[in-house]
Design a protein around this ligand. Structure first.
Ligand code: NAP
Length: 285
């Protein structure tokens, strides 16, 4: 039987759980705060930042936005990050990507204090993730684990194949599945015999960025397929990396696009802000 994993519903559940915790903190006079920095006028980035602001409002958190000019210097940007690092009333800091080309993304992201690194891009948090001791976990991979857990899909001992090795999705989700005792195979553009490897997956996680990349003949009957991809098809509609129509006839669990992994990313960001705030001193407003 096919189970469509409803990321929209699960992400709302998580937001409501965070809201309850935020209300408890508020009753003690404490309000978690997320600071978001946006450089330039990228329309997609503006939408993402706005969605993050709305999610903060929904759970009763404070959010603040810093809209910086496209030509802002690296020094100015880092000086703002340092100011936010030092503010005790700010619990999470997020720099919206991508950054304009003249800014060094790696240097900018590493400037964010690991305690406020709610995207989990700081090497300290990446190291903790590797050790399996991280508390702030990368949002999209953490969202995938939540989907599997809340659908009661067993991870331990399962063959998990991850397509993609990016620092944002492929690598961290591979480590997180390994930390949960899955047997993990990571595939990329130079992988040989991809079809054979995918067919052995009990859990196939796809983060490639290519429409209909995973076809029905590549998946195991009764398996779980998590589609991380966000693409636009020829009609301009949002679609994932999996040929959903045909693959869904063969598997037991699948995430749709939209409405699968996508909504989880923001919810996990909000959850990380709550976690960061409970690990720091929070100030009264
Ligand atoms: P990325 O940095 O472009 O990485 C894509 C990965 O796919 C690379 O590791 C690449 O291999 C691999 N790949 C490309 N062609 C391949 C092939 N023919 N066979 C096997 N592997 C191949 O992308 P990303 O940032 O991880 O994102 C992947 C997708 O997820 C995108 O559609 C993105 O929009 C989406 N995404 C969604 C969310 C969400 O919230 N749902 C969050 C982040 C990303 P190489 O390393 O060898 O080049």
């Amino acid at each position: 039987m096919l189970n469509i994993i409803d990321g929209k519903r699960i992400s709302q559940e998580i937001l409501m759980e965070v809201k309850t915790k935020v209300e408890e903190l508020k009753s003690e006079g404490k309000v978690p705060c997320l600071s978001v920095i946006l450089v330039g006028n990228n329309p997609a980035s503006k939408i993402y930042v706005n969605n993050k602001k709305k999610a903060c409002e929904k759970v009763g958190m404070k959010s603040e936005e810093y809209l910086l000019d496209e030509n802002v210097s690296q020094e100015e940007l880092i000086s703002l990050i340092e100011e936010l690092n030092n503010r005790e009333d700010v619990n999470g800091i997020l720099v919206q990507l991508p950054l304009p080309k003249h800014l060094n993304e790696k240097v900018v992201l590493e400037a964010i204090s690991y305690k406020k690194d709610v995207d989990c891009f700081n090497p300290y948090n990446v190291g903790k993730l590797m050790q399996g001791t991280g508390t702030l976990l990368p949002c999209t991979p953490a969202g995938i684990i939540e989907l599997l857990d809340r659908e009661k899909i067993e991870i331990e001992g399962k063959n998990c194949v991850v397509l993609g090795r990016s620092n944002i999705v492929g690598k961290p989700i591979s480590i997180m599945m390994l930390n949960r005792n899955a047997t993990v195979t990571i595939c990329h553009s130079r992988t040989k015999n991809l079809e054979d490897i995918c067919k052995k997956a009990d859990i196939l996680i796809v983060a490639v960025g290519k429409e209909k990349f995973v076809k029905d003949f590549m998946v195991k009957e009764g398996s779980t397929v998590i589609d991380v991809g966000i693409n636009r098809n020829s009609e301009g509609k949002v679609c994932g990396d999996v040929d959903y129509e045909n693959v869904s006839k063969k598997v037991s669990y699948i995430t749709p696009v939209p409405g699968g992994v996508g909504p989880m990313t923001i919810s996990m960001l909000i959850k990380n802000t709550l976690i960061a705030s409970t690990q720091q001193k929070i100030y009264i407003y």
